[in-house]
Write a protein that binds this ligand. Structure first.
Ligand code: SF4
Ligand code: SF4
Ligand code: SF4
Ligand code: FES
Length: 953
């Protein structure tokens, strides 16, 4: 079913240097070679009747409705599968064609329930449209014969329904699942009249391989596959275009609403990051936005053991300002700080750091990127000169070899994974470097050439070894490296990397990866015409996270893989705006645009614009804030949209720090784990309730458009501005576009960015300035941003986190498809049907040794703490390594992770924790205490003093 805004050209657009000119119904039209006759006609606004074709899928030619006449040719070819040719003369309308089309429609309608008036697709059904378009007035065959009208409905999926009685077997759904999503969950079972769409081997959708991306629902021309929300609410009446607020892919969506209620989210065909595709989270998991758990009134309390009291916005904001002023007067300017959110907009994160620097007068600002991609910023800035990925997502379609390191794109970045899988199906080589057998290692029609199942913590050794093979086997691109990088550094690096300790034979011992696998993977990467690296938190969240990022950059520089499409080093960023929150100066040592505070000229520029004096000394990072809270020098914190009590490592340490503070202000959608330690709660707004921009993993800035008013009355940027005003530093913006104008004014890489331009172009990839007015899809073309590429020696140093007899296993953590980060949003949607608890994946051998049974409860214990969760025995894991997620607060996964961190950025080493696993039957001590504390906090919330509705400001 098309989105309300879409025009369907019938078959996909083609790009070709050569055009062909033809005549359709007497009108000339020129289209790129390879275009279909149907598309040529559609270009003239002539939409030939069709059912089985759509411009998002390759034509299939099964419905025979799109027949045309071609001068000089016999018969009636299907316009969807016939390529347009130079000089062709096409007729799309004639008596004969009309007769044939009516005949086709008669057959369809004779096996279709005639319940149009009560059908959820009524008025939005292509079958209905086509019956009208071909002038169908009668159906001669009767409805008594064999038909499919009693076919049972499959309502197993919580988000959409499959009603096969309405199916016309056009196979658009099957092709969408194959071509767009790449899951191959659907087939056409049976032949001829008995043909029917089937998930798997006649499974239900929920029991099949289906990942609920919804591509089939979108492709279906009838009501056979239909969103349940349309059944429940009817068809929408307005559309707002916006950007997904979940992961760093940044899918563009049309929010379809009825009044202020979202009916459905339809991926935008013109979205530059997603091209009309989406995953389950963005398309279906929006129920949290109206969940009854949303807090809709500001609240304050004197201590965390007192009930909350609802207050007006004026009182709430005023209380924040007076508390922060009180603390600063008593304990000094540096006793408070702020945390910016990677889920909020660029404009909102910009305001948080401005609030801290200009109104608090210090640089105690940080963001959750500290715990995920801060090593990316450090490593790529050091080697290449800019702290961001080098490519656009579409670049992967030009890659000949793809290396995925420490990332699980089919779960973490699903829409990009579909694009990547398409390229692999077309023949690109694939190397997966991951301790776990992630889906990409083997999934339908995709198989990794090499899976380097390394021991967690040995990334740098493996990356050095890949480079070792490239250099010692003469596969490096010396000409590129000598021309584009410092030749002396390159030569020194070659000598370093050629040492025997980085040979595959030596590294095999450290990493557990067979030497021949390393060698062959290195050859594949180094000899690919275009080789691209994609990586995730499995690279950065290590004690050598920054070193590994540098090692990847070294490898790509040495093999000439920068500066064009199909190559590069690209971080797959976790949260929707983690790139943006870094760009906006959310780190304590950097001003927006990654300019160090010690840069006097940059500082001066901000001082003049903001009329303040800026402290030239970097402020506290998040872990330092916790330490300072415990030593009593840090007493107040403004936290916008971040839940580090659940997401950051060593929970018990953080809890102690939170308890030690005098004024914790949490601004969020829900009373999350961090808010249990708060003294002031300010209700935040979802992405549907505000204007602004997000920047995705490819540096693409896209608009977030307000679809409905904020449920609590204020957008997050308005709250930050109000706090600043209350603290005496004026912030008077009337719209987020004015904040972006300020960002552009003060940030050279954003100089050409404005809401007007993003709206006009659809999106803009920074740098966007006078020399690149429309943005920069590929970085480092011709030369690196820093001038010469900088080779840095990347000595492998084993982590201090060692296995012992007491803790013989390594725990590594990650995420899964249906849940997102701390789960605050996805846990409040039907996504819990797929994943309702965190489970511990363990190899059968390790399970057997410990008497662990599948589905049994086990304790997971490290030097930091212990939790209990359910075991899942799987050979996805290698022996010696266990895996879990951290989506559920009751599990407390981060009670177990330690405070070890990256040497350069303090990014925690989530991916390597020495643990032991044992069967148990009861909760851990922490879980018991946490349950009691949660119940206590819920009681304090339930006992809150309510603000009369009329008094809410
Ligand atoms: S379910 Fe829809 S898309 Fe799939 S074959 Fe049937 S009518 Fe076509
Ligand atoms: S929802 Fe996605 S994965 Fe599931 S059958 Fe449809 S296209 Fe395939
Ligand atoms: S891939 Fe990411 S951005 Fe796209 S719909 Fe899914 S969660 Fe949203
Ligand atoms: S649209 Fe061309 S055959 Fe169906």
């Amino acid at each position: 079913m098309q989105s309300m805004n879409d025009t369907d050209l019938g078959t996909p657009r083609r790009s070709s240097r050569q055009n062909v000119t033809l005549e359709v119904d007497g009108h000339q039209v020129t289209v790129p070679q390879g275009s279909s006759v149907m598309l040529a006609a559609a270009t003239l606004g002539n939409h030939i009747p069709s059912l089985c074709s759509t411009d998002t899928l390759e034509a299939f030619g099964s419905c025979r409705l799109c027949l045309v006449e071609i001068e000089g040719r016999r018969g009636f070819p299907a316009s969807c599968t016939t390529p347009a040719e130079e000089g062709m003369k096409i007729r799309t309308q004639s008596d004969r064609l009309a007769h044939l089309r009516r005949g086709v429609m008669e057959l369809y309608i004779s096996d279709h329930p005639l319940d149009c008036l009560t059908c959820p697709a009524n008025g939005h059904c292509e079958l209905q449209d086509m019956a009208g378009a071909v002038g169908l007035r009668e159906v001669r065959y009767g409805y008594e014969g064999a038909n499919h009208l009693d076919a049972p409905i499959d309502a197993s999926n919580p988000y959409f329904t499959f009603d096969p009685s309405k199916c016309i077997v056009c196979s658009r759904c099957v092709r969408a699942c194959e071509e767009t999503q790449g899951t191959f969950a659907l087939t056409i079972d049976g032949r001829g009249f008995n043909s029917q769409v089937s998930p798997g081997q006649m499974d239900s959708f929920m029991d099949s391989e289906c990942v609920s991306c919804g591509a089939c629902v979108q492709a279906c021309p009838t009501a056979t596959l239909m969103e349940n929300s349309i059944y429940e609410m009817g068809q929408p009446d307005r559309v707002v275009e916006t950007t997904c607020a979940y992961c760093g892919v940044g899918c563009s969506f049309n929010v379809e609403l009825k009044g202020n209620e979202v009916v459905r989210m339809v991926p935008n065909k013109n979205g530059h990051a997603n091209h009309g595709h989406s995953c389950i989270k963005g398309r279906f998991a929006f129920g949290y936005t109206t969940h009854p758990d949303r807090i809709t009134s500001p609240m304050i309390r004197g201590s965390i053991d007192e009930p909350w009291r609802e207050v007006s916005w004026d009182e709430g904001i005023g209380h924040v300002a007076s508390e922060f002023r009180r603390i600063q007067d008593k304990f000094g300017k540096g006793a408070i700080g702020g945390i910016a959110s990677s889920r909020c907009t660029n404009e909102e994160t910009f305001l948080v750091q401005k609030l801290v620097r200009a109104a608090f007068g210090n640089n105690n600002v940080d963001t959750c990127a500290r715990v995920c991609h801060s090593p990316t910023g450090y490593g790529l800035k050091t080697t290449l000169g800019t702290s961001a990925g080098t490519q656009a997502f579409d670049s992967v379609l030009e890659a000949d070899v793809i290396m995925v390191i420490g990332a699980n794109p089919t779960d973490g970045h699903p829409v990009f994974a579909s694009q990547m899988k398409r390229r692999i199906r077309e023949g690109a080589g694939l190397i997966v470097v991951d301790p776990r057998k992630i889906d990409l290692v083997r999934t339908p029609h995709v198989k990794a050439d090499f899976h380097l199942a390394l021991q967690p913590g040995t990334n740098v050794a493996i990356l050095n070894s890949l480079a070792h093979v490239a250099v010692t086997e003469g596969l490096a691109d010396d000409a590129f490296a000598n021309a584009r990088c410092d030749p002396n550094e390159y030569s020194e690096w070659k000598e370093f990397i050629s040492q025997d300790k980085y040979s595959p034979e030596s590294v095999a011992v450290t990493s557990g990866v067979p030497s021949e696998t390393i060698r062959q993977a290195a050859r594949l990467y180094a000899t690919g015409k275009n080789s691209a690296i994609y990586y995730g938190l499995g690279v950065t969240e290590h004690s050598q996270g920054s070193t590994a990022v540098i090692a990847m950059a070294n490898l790509a520089m040495a093999t000439g893989n920068f500066g064009r499409e199909g190559v590069g080093v690209s971080p797959l960023r976790g949260q929707n705006n983690v790139q943006g929150s870094c760009d906006m100066g959310s780190f304590p040592h950097e001003l927006p645009g990654y300019r160090h505070l010690s840069d006097a000229a940059a500082r001066q520029r901000f001082e003049e614009d903001w009329s303040v004096h800026l402290d030239p000394e970097p402020g506290l990072r998040i872990p330092n804030m916790f330490d300072a809270a415990l030593d009593g020098s840090f007493r107040g914190m403004y936290i916008q949209g971040e839940d580090f009590v659940q997401s950051d490592p060593n929970t018990q340490h953080i809890e102690s720090a939170m308890r030690a503070m005098e004024c914790v202000v949490v601004q969020d959608l829900f009373l999350n784990e961090t808010a249990r330690f708060a003294h002031i709660f300010l209700p935040g707004s979802t992405f549907l309730e505000k204007d602004g921009t997000f920047t995705n993993a490819e540096r693409r800035i896209q608009l977030v458009r307000k679809a409905m008013p904020p449920v609590a009355g204020m957008a997050d940027w308005e709250i930050t501005a109000a706090i600043s005003n209350a603290m005496g530093y004026p912030m008077n913006y009337t719209h987020p576009s004015e904040i972006m104008d300020e960002i552009a004014r003060l940030t050279p890489t954003f100089a050409g960015v404005s809401f007007e331009k993003i709206d006009r172009l659809g999106s803009v990839q920074w740098p966007c300035n006078a020399s690149e007015p429309d943005g920069t899809p590929t970085m480092h073309v011709g030369q690196f941003v820093r001038g010469k590429g900088h080779f840095v020696l990347t000595e492998y140093v084993a982590t201090d986190e060692r296995t012992t007899r007491r803790f013989p296993l390594i725990l590594t953590t990650g995420r899964i498809l249906t849940q997102y980060n701390v789960g605050a949003q996805t846990r409040r949607t039907e996504n819990v049907s797929w994943h309702h608890e965190d489970v511990l994946e363990i190899h059968p051998h390790d399970a057997e040794q410990r008497g662990v049974r599948n589905g049994g409860r086990v304790s997971l214990t490290s030097r930091a703490g212990s939790v209990v969760l359910t075991a899942q025995i799987t050979d996805r894991m290698q022996p010696g390594v266990v895996y879990t997620t951290f989506h559920y607060p009751a599990t407390g996964t981060n009670v177990v992770t330690t405070e070890n961190s990256d040497w350069a950025t303090s990014c925690p080493e989530y991916k390597v924790t020495a643990v032991e696993v044992q069967p148990v039957s009861s909760l851990s001590d922490w879980q018991r205490r946490n349950r009691e504390f949660t119940e206590h906090q819920e009681a304090l919330f339930d006992a809150r003093e309510r603000e009369p509705v009329a008094e809410r400001g």
